[in-house]
Design a binder for this molecule. Structure first.
Ligand SMILES: [Zn+2]
Length: 329
């Protein structure tokens, strides 16, 4: 199995967004240490809208200048250590500002498709350039903010112009169309890799883009009860290091606690306990790829310990890879 551990590198988008130190710098440094100890490389999907706004406000506010320096320095370190830093777009940054104290998030245009066709192309190309200039590496790999990349037909032209090659936003079977979210992967191929052209969820053997879907897993209601209870009972181990709040996802918590939910395979918090089950499930279906989603902001100390164990146990039986290593092959 080729295993890809991916982390979306970003603040929270609710109120408050949390601090850069707690949501990004500190947990990412802990991940770097795990990577060093285990000898593997990670994939970081960098929220480039944030970088753009750091640049825009850094001369106005010393607080932003401080954030800017921390984040840019850390991304340079990640690149120098061989981690893959690729494109993650949360376009609502276009409408968001810093007031000298906090980020004021305006999430009314949360998805790329909430923008005009011309704006979509401009955002993708501008953000790609910002990241390329910082990393001095090819940027051809994409993860949509909030899994929102549909309808892809409206984004395809931006992908072509930016020469993006590989997407990792879909988790087959997933669906959430409430609040600012819109994704529906219920018709996605039941595969661990496919090519596509106009529709993310339709395999097209002549397609110019390749999808490496995030593995999916059906988490039971009991799982979510445990997750929420452990956060209360043992916050030191089970509370996220990140100190912000997510954007609202109406009805999701209720669904989790009553029927359970199919979500992506994840190394965030208590989700890490299911990585072995996801691996087994993928092996049983005959998949050769397993993509895991995580966020530095949602790392708990418990999750980091378990992740390291998972890597140690599996690194000789399976390959832990980055997408760039794959494209260079
Ligand atoms: Zn994100």
């Amino acid at each position: 199995m080729q295993i890809f551990l991916t982390y979306d590198y970003e603040l929270f988008f609710g109120e408050p967004t949390g601090s850069v130190e707690k949501c990004i710098v500190e947990p990412t440094n802990l991940l770097r240490e795990i990577a060093k100890r285990t000898g593997i490389k990670l994939i970081f999907f960098i929220d480039v809208g944030y970088l753009k706004k750091l640049e825009q406000f850094k001369n106005q506010f010393p607080k932003v200048k401080h954030e800017h320096d921390l984040v840019k320095e850390q991304i340079r370190m990640l690149v120098s250590e061989g981690h893959d830093c690729q494109l993650h777009i949360h376009p609502h940054w276009e409408d968001s500002v810093h007031n000298g104290i906090n980020w004021e998030m305006n999430v009314s245009r949360y998805k790329l498709v909430d923008f005009s066709d011309d704006e979509i192309v401009k955002i993708v190309l501008d953000y790609q350039t910002i990241l390329k200039n910082l990393t001095q590496k090819q940027v051809t790999i994409y993860r949509a903010g909030g899994w929102c990349l549909q309808p892809f037909s409206r984004i395809k032209s931006a992908f072509e112009k930016a020469e993006l090659k590989l997407d990792s936003s879909v988790f087959p079977g997933g669906k959430f169309v409430e609040g600012n979210y819109f994704y529906d992967f219920t018709t996605a191929p039941k595969k661990s890799i496919w090519k596509f052209e106009d529709d993310l969820c339709i395999e097209n053997s002549n397609g110019k883009f390749i999808e490496y879907p995030i593995s999916s897993y059906k988490y039971s209601a009991l799982f979510f009860w445990r997750l929420f209870l452990l956060g209360r009972l043992n916050p030191k181990q089970h509370k996220p290091i990140g100190n912000g709040y997510p954007m609202s996802s109406p009805g999701m918590r209720k669904k989790m606690l009553t029927t359970g939910m199919l979500l992506s395979a994840s190394c965030d918090g208590y989700f890490v306990t299911k990585l072995n089950s996801v691996l087994k499930k993928n092996q049983n279906i005959g998949y050769n790829e397993m993509v895991v989603l995580g966020h530095p902001k949602a790392c708990t100390h418990f999750a980091l310990q378990k992740l390291e164990q998972f890597i140690q146990v599996n690194k000789n039986k399976h390959q832990f890879l980055t997408f760039s290593q794959l494209l260079l092959k």
